[in-house]
Design a binder for this molecule. Structure first.
Ligand SMILES: [Zn+2]
Length: 631
């Protein structure tokens, strides 16, 4: 199969240098890294950009406090990000800092162009300014006269500033978004932006007087002002690849394939940035993808151990590979996901220690014991072997298609399902018995299992580059390709260390339970505790919701019940929109007989409180994992 060499340009946001790296930064960056590695494996030429945003008031203030220059402060802080990315084995091709001379120069060139083209104008006005937010608020936006973020009264400031004529691009932007469905993803974020654009789009203030803020890029047409940080920061996506400096390089990589962002910075990326590009004559990137948030739970385990673990702490404890694996495996891209050490350990033990690690150690033990550690040849493979080979051969295509659709969790699921099928194949063939009867046949079983494992491992390499390299280096190969048969027989198998040792969860002893005193009463309205527990009530997280066509009352929900996923039809459309429900935790009767409503299967019933025409769904007060029992 030949494929033209494509270029693939992917970016993360540039992170605010004052922050310490946390799970939000790490997730976006790991995601970009995994996608970059998959595209490199598919033969694409990749440019992966990350970096830091170093201008703005908070940097200036922090530097003043520390008694150093803002640049010195940035130089100290940037190390936190660089070290974290090193630890997480991030393979970015460039790391941009907005204090770099080339970036400052290119930003000034863009500003000068826009000034010359009359896209920027000056205007004096007064407004309420919050120092914490570094922005003006309209009186409508203030809550009790205070900034809604900081709950502090903003200062009233009157000053002259420069404005970018963003408002005039409102209709154009709405039209562009509607005509390019891939531009903003997922759909829910696209709708959020279109919702925002229903209100009047104002012009954007792009300057700050130096009297108030000096740490920024000076406006080329007025030396007493610096550039608004977002206007400076967003341009990093083009300045990093040669815009206004090396047009050939710029044309090679632009437009970007993906800007990956968190869902909290959708407006700047999907409204400010496209209108800036339109005004500057820069083509728009193909896709801006906003992922959800990791919700850090206080699970039962962390509570009882008094030990709430931050995801990045787990890197020190378990290594970077398993953490990368968990983050990519457990988030449906675009939705929020839960994180707890308990969930991490469960996933680690089931997928990595059991399915993957055991298979690798089983194969290597059997080859060492029975074949002098030499890979046996594949001789007359039977139907089971041929079937496994067929699945192995179709696997890379399947996985890469899912990756290209950003369905990363499903891609990993498909790989692990294949690994499980090799384990089943081993159980059925029992080569540990077969070696005593037919050494050639047992050897063929082991060759098949080992070659299947090699291909699966190679597909997991972008997610867990460190551990997987250990496996791949142990296998002697003709060539390190996906194609079946590259595993070389007649050559020794390298040393395979225990890749993923099982993690034991030390459960504290359960507290003694007091026997409940149950007073039985002969009243027809009362039920026994046994009656009550006949109904299994569990928590469920709403994954998807949509109206049932040709009805006004019904919504069709897909819910995560922990162990499984179910479809429920509920008569709540007059009270909730699908957007209200997605991501919410509700309470469901799990053991109700399935029903068919308007031709649609409904498997479960949700609980709601009703009074007159009012209806409110029953939910839980704090976050808890789907499938938790209620009662
Ligand atoms: Zn504020």
């Amino acid at each position: 199969m030949t494929r033209e060499k494509n270029t693939f340009y992917i970016t993360t946001p540039i992170y605010y240098v004052n922050d310490k790296p946390h799970i939000g930064h790490a997730y976006t960056t790991i995601l970009a890294d995994v996608l970059s590695r998959y595209h490199r494996a598919q033969g694409d030429e990749v440019f992966f950009l990350t970096g830091v945003d170093e201008h703005g008031q908070k940097v200036q203030q922090a530097a003043e406090k520390a008694g150093i220059s803002p640049q010195e402060h940035c130089d100290r802080m940037v190390v936190h990000f660089q070290k974290t990315w090193e630890k997480l084995e991030i393979t970015n091709d460039s790391f941009i800092r907005t204090t770099s001379d080339f970036h400052k120069k290119a930003v000034q060139d863009v500003l000068q162009d826009l000034w010359d083209k009359d896209e920027i104008y000056e205007h004096e006005y007064g407004g309420y300014y919050c120092v914490g937010c570094e922005r003006f608020y309209t009186t409508k936006e203030l809550v009790d006269g205070k900034c809604p973020q900081h709950l502090k009264e903003p200062e009233y400031i009157k000053e002259k500033n420069y404005f970018f004529k963003m408002g005039k691009y409102q209709e154009w932007l709405i039209d562009y978004i509607n005509r390019n469905p891939a531009f903003i993803q997922p759909e829910s974020r696209k709708n959020e932006v279109l919702g925002f654009l229903k209100g009047k789009l104002e012009d954007l203030c792009i300057s700050r007087p130096k009297s108030r803020l000096s740490w920024g890029i000076e406006l080329p047409f007025d030396k007493s002002y610096v550039t608004y940080v977002w206007f400076d920061a967003l341009l990093n996506y083009v300045t990093a690849i040669g815009y206004k400096q090396d047009e050939k390089l710029f044309e090679k990589w632009w437009p970007a394939n993906y800007h990956l962002i968190g869902k909290d910075i959708v407006t700047t990326h999907c409204v400010y940035w496209p209108t800036m590009m339109k005004a500057a004559g820069i083509p728009l990137p193909k896709t801006i993808f906003a992922h959800g948030w990791w919700l850090i739970n206080e699970t039962k385990m962390s509570k009882s151990l008094q030990n709430i673990v931050k995801p990045l702490d787990l890197v020190d404890k378990y290594g970077s590979d398993p953490v990368r694996y968990f983050l990519i495996r457990d988030m449906v891209l675009g939705q929020d996901a839960n994180f707890s050490e308990e969930m991490f350990i469960k996933r680690y033990n089931s997928d990595l220690a059991n399915d993957f690690g055991n298979l690798a150690s089983r194969i290597s033990t059997l080859i060492r014991k029975n074949y002098g550690n030499i890979i046996p040849p594949e001789i007359n493979p039977g139907p089971d072997e041929q079937n496994l080979r067929k699945n192995a051969e179709s696997l890379p295509g399947k996985v890469h298609n899912l990756i290209n659709e950003l369905r990363l969790n499903e891609a990993i699921e498909v790989i692990i399902a294949f690994v499980r099928s090799i384990n089943r194949f081993m159980e059925i063939k029992a080569p540990w018995k077969l070696v005593r009867l037919d050494l050639d046949q047992a050897g063929t079983v082991l060759y098949t299992a080992a070659e299947g494992l090699r291909i699966a491992a190679k597909l997991l390499e972008p997610v867990m580059p460190g551990k997987i390299d250990l496996i791949l280096n142990a296998f002697p190969v003709v060539s390190n390709e996906f194609a079946w048969g590259n595993l070389k027989n007649g050559e020794p198998l390298g040393m395979l260390p225990i890749l993923f040792p099982r993690v034991q969860i030390d459960k504290p002893a359960p507290a003694p339970i007091k026997a409940a005193e149950i007073v039985k009463e002969k009243d027809l309205n009362l039920i026994t505790i046994d009656d009550f527990f006949k109904a299994q009530l569990v928590t469920a997280r709403v994954l998807e919701a949509e109206p049932v066509p040709e009805t006004t009352k019904l919504l069709k929900l897909q819910v995560d019940m922990g162990k499984d996923r179910r479809q429920i039809v509920a008569g709540i459309a007059e009270h909730y929109t699908p957007e209200d429900l997605i991501g919410k935790t509700i309470v469901v009767v799990a053991n109700l007989q399935p029903a068919t409503i308007r031709g649609i299967k409904s498997n479960g019933m949700l609980l709601a409180a009703k009074k007159g025409k009012q209806l409110k769904l029953v939910t839980v007060m704090d976050d808890i994992a789907p499938g938790s029992s209620v009662g």
